[in-house]
Design a binder for this molecule. Sequence first.
Ligand code: PLP
Length: 479
Amino acid sequence: MINLRQLPPVDEILAEERVQNLLQTYRHDFVIANVRLAVDAVRNEIRNRDEEIDRKAITAIILDRLELFIKNKAAGTLRRVVNGTGVILHTNLGRAPLGARALQQVMDMGSGYCNLEFDLENGERGSRYKHVEDLLIELTGAEAALVVNNNAAAVLLGLNTLAADREVIVSRGQLVEIGGAFRIPEVMQQSGAHLVEVGTTNRTYINDFAQAINSETALLFLAHPSNYKILGFTTEVKLAEMVRLGQQHGLPVMEDLGSGVIYNLEKWGLAEEHVVRDCVAAGADIITFSGDKLLGGPQAGIIVGKKKLIAAMKKNQLTRALRVDKLTIAALEGTLLEYLEVNPEENIPVLQMLTISAEELKLRARELAELLQNTIASLPLILDIAVVEVEDVVGGGTYPTLKLPGYAIEITFADNKLEYITKQLRRQNPALLSRKQEGRMLISVRTLLPGDDILLVRLLRQVAGETALIANPLTNGEK
Ligand SMILES: *Cc1c(COP(=O)(O)O)cnc(C)c1O
């Protein structure tokens, strides 16, 4: 208890040179608030200590805390993550990493002014949607296109525009929930459309839809069951059948593709996801998909389809609330431009990771293993570094059952340190996320990006090195 009397008042701490240095850079109120937090933290720490600590020592501890608090807060909380999980479209890690052209566009348009809503030809007001609309028309064969904040917004806008206060018919097999609490029935409710469920979980026929049509029906709806697969005794209505039925009754057909690819991945045995152009050709009136799933661009909801329907959506007040900013448009344009060229899989990171061969991955894993052997294998905590076969996944609710044969670096740590080291690696900047298997760390090479190998060496050296230095009591306590 005696120590508490030694706690210096805030004024006295503010006069310290180290605080004065902080005040050169940081706001006064921000520094003061953190001085208080540091004093509180140290008060709690020393309250129960028996040994006497003098005022000077306490002040030094407070200043250490203060500098740490401010350093951490001033660094923000967003961190680059080295993705060793082998999940390509990891929703929690920001889905698609952007390609070079998309990033360049973001830099160019974000750092200055641009013709976002200005028609440079005529010198008058233009449309922000025009930039990517023409490209999307070119790439999908659709009559018109519109881009909103994300695919959830695209579905909401589509339903609200085409079916508010009226009925939308959906198969019970497609009332899906996508990660992040996107549920078709709930989005439907938000949109003001009335859901009419037909068929059963595993089998729905075109006749189920036909029988449900009445004077209140506004729309026939298909959702791509992106993150699961019903296997066995199943029937789902084909888009072409639905289009035929819609045409007989003068009803539009809307398909929520979820991922939706613009470029046929059949060559790599990845034909499962629908190609947007094929859905357009099959007659879907409205198709929605994400910008940051297999397309490999920024978060966005892309709507393509019939001109008349898209025009109605553009007029909907909701569009203003769901609109995308210039950075999204810049990144999306940069991504879509890659698709005008042959072999977009060479320049779009998501497609690179998806189409890379197992042979190439093996080669990369061997090179990385060798690099790690030469740099960190001698650290006392590292018992073994090896190359092993793994199965990677696409993620982001895409190709739910597909396993991609890949390779990983497998690291065996001494002394049961795996958990501790895994946690410390997550706390670095950049952070490293890995997988584990049978008490060993796995770092899948598929999802590593250029330059990540050097980062890996640095991170592992730092964390495994530090962990070896800290005496066991603390590491045991941290576990
Ligand atoms: C992912 C997905 C969505 C949601 O898309 P976001 O871009 O994440 O908003 C909607 N529907 C389906 C079928 C999806 O796969």
